[in-house]
Ligand binder design. Sequence first.
Ligand SMILES: NC(=O)c1ccc[n+]([C@@H]2O[C@H](COP(=O)([O-])OP(=O)(O)OC[C@H]3O[C@@H](n4cnc5c(N)ncnc54)[C@H](OP(=O)(O)O)[C@@H]3O)[C@@H](O)[C@H]2O)c1
Length: 198
Amino acid sequence: MPIAGTTAWNAIRAADVGPGSVVVLLGTGGVSILTLQLAKAAGATVIITSSSDEKLERARALGADHLINYRTTPDWDAKVLELTDGIGADLIVETGGSATFARSINAAASGGTVFTIGFVTGTEATANLLPIIVKALKVVGNNTGSVSDLRDAARAIAAARIEPVIDTLYSHDQAAEAYAHMAAGGRHFGKLAFTLSW
Ligand SMILES: NC(=O)c1ccc[n+]([C@@H]2O[C@H](COP(=O)([O-])OP(=O)(O)OC[C@H]3O[C@@H](n4cnc5c(N)ncnc54)[C@H](OP(=O)(O)O)[C@@H]3O)[C@@H](O)[C@H]2O)c1
């Protein structure tokens, strides 16, 4: 909640997401899945990408409207434009970094927000500046958020009766197993979590 929840909430707020907004989420990790849940509660259309068709189906069950497998459709930005009649997305939650940043810029609508938060594929990125200028994009950075952002996120999650998706719950003495699960990459959907017994 303090990291993925607050960040997802700040993404929704940064782009003033409401009914009819188009939101693009990259992958099915903790931030993307909580943003999916908040975006659907706000009435948005959600396009989500993943390396796995099985995970995409799980995203559909949570309300995702359009599914793109970024392995079989590497030009997923073109697919976003096709799905939106050439208009693009109002919000892209840029969790990918090096491999995705330029495509996120391409997939954004005029005046859209590229909420730049992650670096799953690295921190170095190059992008054509022209679409940022011509489409007057908002490239917005974020570093989690404040305690009051967390309070607002928790309130919204409770009001929308959202249940955050926990892929696997580990006990605190299973830390090595949990980190190995995460380090394997691409295996989880949503969050991995620990129970703490102090
Ligand atoms: N700045 C902030 O405020 C902030 C806050 C929270 C997190 N973050 C950062 O945001 C990123 C995501 O965090 P998280 O907790 O959601 O991570 P996570 O749970 O580890 O999820 C990462 C997901 O990225 C997807 N992915 C991997 N390669 C990809 C690619 N080439 N294109 C698209 N998606 C790809 C995978 O989805 P599939 O398995 O479905 O393919 C994977 O599950 C991390 O870099 C994290 O450090 C930043």
